[in-house]
Design a protein around this ligand. Sequence first.
Ligand code: NAD
Length: 371
Amino acid sequence: MHRTAVVGLGIGLAHCAGYLESKNAQLAAVCDLDPVRLSKVGGTFSQGSMFILKQLFSEDILKKTWEELGVKTYQYIDDLLEDDTIDTISLCIPDYQHAEQALKIIKKGKNLLLEKPIAITSEDAERVLEENDKQTGRLAIGYEFRINPAIRKIKDLIDGGFTGKIHAFSLYHFRKSFKHDKWNQWIEKKEYSGGLLVEETCHWFDLARHITGKEIESLHCVTTDKIYKDFDYEDIAYINGRFANGAILQISHALTGFDFDLSITVYGEKGTIRCSLKESPANYYGIVSWGKPDGSPKKAETAAFGIEASEPYNIKEYVKYFINTLSDTAYSEVLNVNGILAGADDGFKSLKLSLLSQKSAEEEKIIKGIS
Ligand SMILES: NC(=O)c1ccc[n+]([C@@H]2O[C@H](COP(=O)([O-])OP(=O)(O)OC[C@H]3O[C@@H](n4cnc5c(N)ncnc54)[C@H](O)[C@@H]3O)[C@@H](O)[C@H]2O)c1
């Protein structure tokens, strides 16, 4: 049984739900600078960005204080780290603090599930990687889309040979803007969040690598920051590129919409797969269709997914998967580009692609020879 703690009770509440539900974990502590978030489990669900996480908890649990659940509360990470009985930590605090706090946790030899991005600069990410190599604790990065059942379906079809050699991958993400109720409004400033490309496009670089199993070799990015003025960084980014095997890549990411809509298409020599994830006010839908490149719609097959394909559920399941595989001797097999868990190297590579996209946009040039 792993004794776990969650630091940062925003999206960290989804990590708490995962540990509370896991048979192999005991949620021993939570830590947050904000006393309101530490007061009781449902302390801050009235906030917009927290509301969708409410569905992960029973009404009974929401009314309880953490202490009533047997969970200790800490305001400061350094105090939490004094507790040697805790072996595993989820770090879910603003992006600009990831590297500094992750290093402390890794140095203590604890297992760490670090929310994405691994850091906001490549120098900091390298420091995390170096320290991780020296220590015995296990590090995974929070790329929970990998466990989304619709994404698993795509991956299973590819791994089962349905597409044959992949020639093109596209991902379009259209979403509403980030909420304004983040702690100290950290997400609104590039200095603290890394901007759209680092804060969120890193997810899509991870999925491009994970789904195709290929490294990205070159890219070109253009951005605009003319529509939504509330954040000091790009609100739309278009990226074109090539994988190391010559396949082409396209990612389109917009932060100025009114909905959550994620579409992925994989074009292979033998088959095509299309996935659409869409959030509606009442529910969340995932549809994956697959057919032959020249096939008729009647011959295409389809699989549909409900709420289990939504982000809060994916994070909860990813946390459970992380804890369940910690004691697995084959851990390294699930912790890589093809596995369900993203490892430190995956975290580093997705960040690098985000930073190179920023460079490409700033310098108006194609970046080559990446992998
Ligand atoms: N994997 C995903 O899909 C996903 C989704 C949302 C957020 N995230 C990531 O999770 C992290 C947190 O995002 P959020 O949306 O929950 O932000 P948030 O601002 O809503 O919550 C952050 C929490 O951390 C606390 N905090 C800040 N600094 C702290 C410190 N030094 N010690 C203890 N507590 C501290 C704040 O009080 C706040 O409660 C970010 O890195 C973000 O990129 C990942």
